[in-house]
Write a protein of this length. Structure first.
Length: 327
């Protein structure tokens, strides 16, 4: 089969199509004929040599795909050959075929194309695990979402609306701010021109928010704690600008704050399966009812994967980027 390879530590231009062996599904796994593969920041990190795949995972890039089931491993009962699925994969998505646990594949929400569906698994698994399982966001609460125009940010915004929570976002341009307001954000703050902590307290009458979903890291920690109200939760999903800082921890005690976070790729098969089941039960019907809430910024032929990576690195995009393997 053909797949994309790369030179660790090199730039996006090192991405090249090569031939290699087709994977075979093991017990409890399915083989997917990949039609589209999502592009995510962990792909860029792995290409740069700073995010190694977990033991046993394919070294090929790609954490989410959409396509057709073409082979079943032993004991598989959830899927049949010919089923259309989107799936979270531990690696191997930038290829004509990849394998994953049968429990990490999900049906395509009604009304969505395979290209749109390929943009769902990584962000929605991440958002559900962090906003719901760790952040315990609930109806009537407020959430501040950093990187609001990213794939994770827009999914978190949709989930907050679905729950009946008020969502505020930070973004890097006025264009992105307007997009997020049109998408349903209660407030959108351009962090390049405003101090988000000052603005959030203004927008909430000095009360602050119940949850902060952060992918920036160290430079935002002190201000994140400042805008959290009593019993607030700070949840990290990435550290794009560093993971070390010095700060005053008194607000954590004074306001009974909780600081947590998680990564998705190292989680167990069972943990990811539980998230998949929750998504199908609680989110997939809402996505089918509002397919416009799955926003694709760009679709690249997978021969142009370098351009896709360069676009993601620039942060000029809004929403998701996918590669077309079999359009």
């Amino acid at each position: 089969m053909k797949h994309l390879t790369y030179a660790p530590g090199e730039g996006a231009e090192s991405l090249q199509l090569v031939d290699g062996p087709r994977p075979e599904p093991g017990p409890g796994q399915i083989l997917i004929e990949v039609h589209y593969a999502g592009v995510n920041r962990p792909d860029l990190m792995q290409r740069r040599g700073v995010y190694a795949p977990p033991p046993g995972a394919s070294p090929i890039l790609g954490l989410e795909v959409a396509g057709m089931v073409v082979a079943l491993g032993g004991g598989v009962s959830r899927w049949r050959i010919g089923d259309a699925v989107c799936a979270l994969v531990p690696g191997g998505g930038y290829a004509e075929y990849c394998v994953t646990s049968e429990h990490h594949a999900l049906p395509i929400p009604a009304g969505l194309s395979l290209g749109q569906a390929a943009a769902l698994p990584e962000v929605w698994f991440t958002v559900w695990a962090n906003l719901i399982d760790l952040g315990h966001l609930s109806r009537g609460e407020r959430v501040l979402i950093h990187g609001g125009a990213s794939g994770v940010g827009l999914a978190a915004l949709v989930l907050a609306q679905h729950l009946g929570a008020q969502a505020f976002v930070t973004v890097g341009s006025d264009q992105k701010a307007q997009f997020c307001r049109d998408y349903g954000a209660q407030g959108a703050i351009n962090y390049r021109t405003e101090d988000f902590a000052v603005r959030i307290l203004e927008l909430t009458g000095g009360e602050g928010v119940d949850v902060v979903l952060d992918m920036v890291g160290a430079p935002y920690v002190e201000r994140n704690l400042r805008v959290l109200r009593q019993d607030g939760r700070l949840v990290f999903v990435a550290f794009q600008q560093g993971n070390r800082c010095e700060l005053d921890l008194w607000p954590v005690m004074a306001k009974r704050l909780r600081i947590t976070g998680s990564t998705m790729r190292p989680r167990s098969v069972a943990e990811k399966a539980a998230i998949a089941a929750a998504l199908v039960r609680n989110v997939w019907p809402a996505l089918a009812a509002a397919p416009d809430k799955t926003h694709l910024h760009a679709t690249f032929p997978w021969q142009q994967a370098a351009q896709a990576h360069q676009l993601m690195h620039s942060s000029r995009h809004i929403g998701k980027i996918v590669l077309a393997v079999r359009p």
